[in-house]
Design a protein around this ligand. Structure first.
Ligand SMILES: C[S@@+](CC[C@H](N)C(=O)[O-])C[C@H]1O[C@@H](n2cnc3c(N)ncnc32)[C@H](O)[C@@H]1O
Length: 218
């Protein structure tokens, strides 16, 4: 008998950053509701965060089909009742797929009505995508989040008045080499674009390896 291929992908950074991120999420998340994760990547984060943050419901999403398959594969090995199957979602789209009826098989519109989206999480997305995707993320968060809803961003940023750490400067240059539309975002620019969408900067928390947790409230 031929066994099915293991479609799990691995991103080593997720194992280094998941506990510090979880600590901040515990401080800022509402006690209930659905957390929509944009750009879930391999799926390692969502299986870890969903079980740690129950009873909140965790809804992962990804734009890349191979990564959607990886998320499903991680979920198969770590089944968690409050973890939904991933949906296809491009943060740059307007509207988002979830707004036009795309739901995972284990979550109905009634489920989502009972546990509405209270938080949107995007880890290591906006510097590895064109700024139009960052703007799409802020606009989508503004459309979907209720008053007091949380948008949580994690990643390296350019902070006003602070020289970039050498590792972040090298990372920025390598991103721009791969794609000139990519690169670390200026926190002031992100804050202004968020404010234009009705999202107020709540907190900036320094994280390991010169990353930040950046938290906005609707
Ligand atoms: C560096 S990975 C981070 C993945 C995961 N959040 C993590 O921390 O491991 C960047 C992710 O952004 C996703 N991505 C890129 N463009 C996107 C878009 N327009 N909408 C949604 N996700 C996107 C990629 O597919 C990839 O999974």
């Amino acid at each position: 008998m031929v066994s099915a291929p293991d479609r799990r992908q691995y991103a080593p950074a997720t194992e280094r950053n998941r506990d510090p991120i979880l600590e901040v999420l515990r401080q800022v998340l509402p006690p209930q509701g659905t957390i929509l994760e944009v750009a879930s990547g391999t799926g390692q984060h969502c299986v870890y965060f969903a079980s740690a943050l129950a009873p909140r419901r965790w809804l992962p999403s990804e734009v890349e089909p191979e990564l959607q398959a990886s998320i499903v594969a991680w979920q198969t090995r770590h089944p968690t009742p409050n973890l939904m199957a991933p949906i296809a979602l491009d943060a740059g789209d307007r509207p988002w797929s979830i707004e036009t009826g795309t739901l995972p098989p284990n979550c109905t519109a009634a489920d989502l009505e009972a546990e509405p989206i209270s938080t949107i999480v995007a880890i290591n997305l906006i510097h590895i995508a064109p700024w139009s995707v960052g703007l799409g993320l802020l606009a989508g968060a503004s459309r979907l989040l209720p008053p007091d809803g949380i948008l949580y961003l994690y990643g390296p940023f350019i902070e006003p008045g602070k020289p970039l750490a050498p590792s972040n400067l090298a990372f920025h240059e390598s991103l721009q080499f791969r794609n000139p539309a990519w690169g670390l975002r200026d926190l002031n620019v992100v804050e202004a674009a968020a404010a234009a969408e009705g999202l107020k900067l709540q907190r900036v928390a320094p994280m390991s390896a010169n990353n930040l947790s950046v938290i906005f409230k609707k």
